[in-house]
Design a protein around this ligand. Sequence first.
Ligand code: FMN
Length: 182
Amino acid sequence: MNDSTGPAAAVIDAIRTRRVVRAMTSEPVDPLQVEAVLDSARYAPHAGNRRLHRYVAITRPALLRAVRMVSPGMLQRPTAAIVVCVDWARVKSYGFPPANPGPYIDVGTAAATMLLTAHSIGLGAGPVTSFSRAAVATLLNLAEGLRPEMIICLGHPAPQQPPPVRRGSTPAWADLVQWEQD
Ligand SMILES: Cc1cc2nc3c(=O)[nH]c(=O)nc-3n(C[C@H](O)[C@H](O)[C@H](O)COP(=O)(O)O)c2cc1C
């Protein structure tokens, strides 16, 4: 537990140092780096191990610009993006009740995994949920049943970052926890 070196320390360091990157340079992201981020998503935990998500990778500047125009929450100008989609047709065919939060929770686990991977390989990344689902689905020509739920922006971090959305230090873990013990 107290080992401050080795793989465990590297993972904990990545978790602690990752921040949303909202200022990115215009340097394109290497496709191999986009692949590394995409590859990591399949290792995220998924409800019932069903894998009801599909990922759309975008690197074409014109399409990125179009997606940005319908995404008020996209404050960065990414040079690549991964759109996390829920395949609601498959959700239905597996008999998940509509109110089951599993598919949305899975968006979060995949996103967290991809954000950490991006950070670990030196990319900047930021999640965006403030966007028009209908407009992005049209722009990406998504198949029936696929709905975009989150966009992971990717790019090279600019030297200067805007201030965080809300200022304030990360709370102490004990302030967020109710610990049931004897
Ligand atoms: C579900 C979810 C939706 C988010 N949507 C947006 C968004 O639309 N635009 C944005 O700039 N950041 C978005 N964020 C990023 C949060 O604002 C960010 O994680 C938070 O301010 C903490 O910053 P940090 O991740 O750098 O510690 C979202 C994060 C989550 C988990």
